[in-house]
Design a protein around this ligand. Structure first.
Ligand code: PMP
Length: 411
């Protein structure tokens, strides 16, 4: 969609690049850059502290972002929105906060497709407290075997944590069905929204999940900020995470009393410019991410899948879904790393490796794959340029790996 693309300064700076790595991080519209620079130029004061007018105006603007995020994901109130430093930080927060409710022998269910952010913190907690991790498997085609949840759930299950859509397989989890089963045994349902948030309308009340997490930088916003939505009451009596200034109401030599949600989980000076940038990103998404744009992304996804499946020696991995528009593949001729290098030499940006999902790659017996991920600003020319670069890469001989590297301006 060309009217969208022109709003992203990155593409003006880099007309030479084809960017199919938005699942790693999405580009930002000019309005996000403006919100960040505006803070540094016009309002570089702290929030929630000083009483002078500029500081209280800035605090209002900061808190308005919290309300806007709540509205965007249909959370009942801004009280339930905690600003984190990203999805990974949010999972570490949750693991720490919920630790006070868990004891040896309690079980946490994950899928084999989880990103390390929704795996390693639970694994660490399991080692510390003697918890048991149980796994919903992935079949050899990359389909998560959701029906196995029934036999894994029991009175010992405390948490079930999974991605709304994984960063490798793309399909949306059948959240409503899963949540009903999870709640029936009295467990909590924690959803990693890092990938899904930019590609569908998220409604946390309709999902009925207990927590939903995402990062600003995958939602056309800045790095260094994320969101943890926690159901009303979930974290009120939970353990604190980072402690220090601003998350306390009273501090004496022997003990402290903490702020209520959400400030209890926002110790120290937050990443103010990034929160304001996230506010601009949310406004941009609200105004631009229509069903027509989601359909446009799906069309690019289909064109890429079709073109790849028509090429000899290319194997697509993972189901063809109408989920998040990302594609995994490998080539019979070239190692994924070599293929990615040959594409990079032609200014095509893709992700390769194990995509922070090593348990999934073990399940698929894979030692690495190439990933293409699509966002609202990708267009038909990106697809054509990708395939002409791919065809060129696939015809190079082993002893002729060195394609002439295209010019890339130095940073
Ligand atoms: N979960 C998923 C599904 C992701 O794709 C990512 C980022 N690749 C994360 C969690 C972690 O996000 P961040 O690196 O922004 O903390």
């Amino acid at each position: 969609m060309s009217h969208l693309r022109t709003q992203f300064p990155f593409f003006r700076q880099h007309p030479e690049l084809v960017y199919f790595d938005s699942a790693a991080t999405a580009q930002v519209p000019q309005t996000v850059v403006d919100a960040i620079t505006d803070y540094y130029i016009r309002a570089k004061v702290n929030v929630h502290r000083s009483g002078y007018r500029l500081a209280s105006q800035l605090t209002d603007r900061f808190e308005q972002v919290r309300s806007d995020v709540a509205t965007y994901i249909n959370a009942p109130s801004a009280r339930q929105i905690v600003f984190t430093y990203g999805t990974t930080d949010g999972f570490n927060l949750l693991a720490q906060a919920l630790s006070s409710r868990l004891k040896a022998g309690d079980e946490i269910i994950l899928t084999e497709a989880e990103h390390h952010a929704n795996l390693v913190p639970w694994q660490q907690l399991a080692h510390k407290l003697g918890l048991v991790l149980r796994w919903i498997p992935v079949d050899k085609h990359g389909a998560i075997q959701w029906q196995q949840l029934d036999s894994l759930l029991s009175q010992r299950t405390r948490l079930v944590c999974f991605a709304h859509a994984s960063n490798t397989l793309g399909a949306y989890a059948p959240i409503k069905t899963l949540v009903a089963k999870i709640h029936a045994v009295g467990a909590l349902c924690i959803v990693d929204g890092a990938q899904a948030i930019a590609h569908c309308q998220v409604d946390v009340q309709a999902m009925d999940c207990d927590a939903y997490l995402f990062s600003g930088h995958k939602l056309y916003g800045p790095t260094g900020v994320g969101v943890l939505y926690a159901r009303e009451g979930l974290l009120d009596d939970a353990a604190v995470y980072r402690s220090g200034g601003e998350m306390v109401q009273q501090v004496a030599k022997s003990h402290s009393e903490f702020q209520p949600m959400p400030l209890k989980y926002e110790a120290g000076t937050p990443n103010i410019s990034a929160v304001l940038g996230l506010g601009a990103a949310i406004a941009w998404c609200r105004d631009n991410l229509t069903d027509a744009i989601f359909a446009h992304e799906q069309q690019i996804y289909r064109d890429l899948r079709q073109g790849l499946s028509a090429r000899a020696g290319i194997e697509l991995v993972g189901e063809d879904t109408d989920g998040v528009p990302l594609i995994l593949f490998k080539s019979a001729q070239l190692h994924p790393q070599d293929l990615a290098l040959a594409l990079d030499a032609q200014n095509i940006c893709v992700r390769t490796g194990k995509h922070c999902a090593m348990v999934l790659h073990d399940a698929l017996h894979s030692d690495g794959l190439v990933r293409l991920s699509v966002a609202a600003y990708n267009n038909r020319q990106d697809v054509e340029r990708f395939f002409s670069a791919l065809d060129r890469a696939l015809t190079i001989e082993d002893d002729d790996m060195a394609l002439p590297t295209a010019q890339l301006p130095e940073l």
